[in-house]
Write a protein of this length. Structure first.
Length: 120
């Protein structure tokens, strides 16, 4: 499993870092998680143009493959077992391209404004 964190940099563009220690992710600590888990099926060939994440989200690829594109041309291929943490809540955002049909599990965490809500 590879853990990727996407975040907005000072240049207002999305960037990616690989997290090697899962203990650094608050939502993965025992007895801490509060939020909603949602499963989504996606079709091969689907594409979402540049968009920031609407809220902090953690996605785990259950099946299929996808690519996340960044404004600088970086493309990160996601395969089953990979985790994406979306913290790019402002700015240009990222793209998503579905290379194979599959399923993702979304963890939408509670935020400062209250309990998590399902939505795009």
């Amino acid at each position: 499993m590879t853990i990727y964190r996407f975040y907005t940099g000072k240049d207002n563009e999305a960037h990616v870092e690989v997290i090697t220690d899962p203990k650094l992710i608050p939502e993965l600590q025992p007895n801490v998680v509060r939020g909603i888990i949602q499963f989504r099926y996606y079709e091969k060939g689907g594409f979402l143009d540049f968009h920031p994440a609407p809220a902090r989200r953690i996605l785990i690829v259950v099946s299929g493959q996808a690519e996340v594109g960044l404004g600088d041309g970086t493309v990160v291929k996601m395969v089953p077992g990979d985790m994406r943490i979306y913290d790019d809540l402002t700015g240009h955002g990222h793209t998503t391209r579905y290379l194979e049909s599959g399923v993702t599990a979304y963890l939408i965490t509670d935020g400062p404004e209250g309990p998590a809500k399902i939505g795009r």
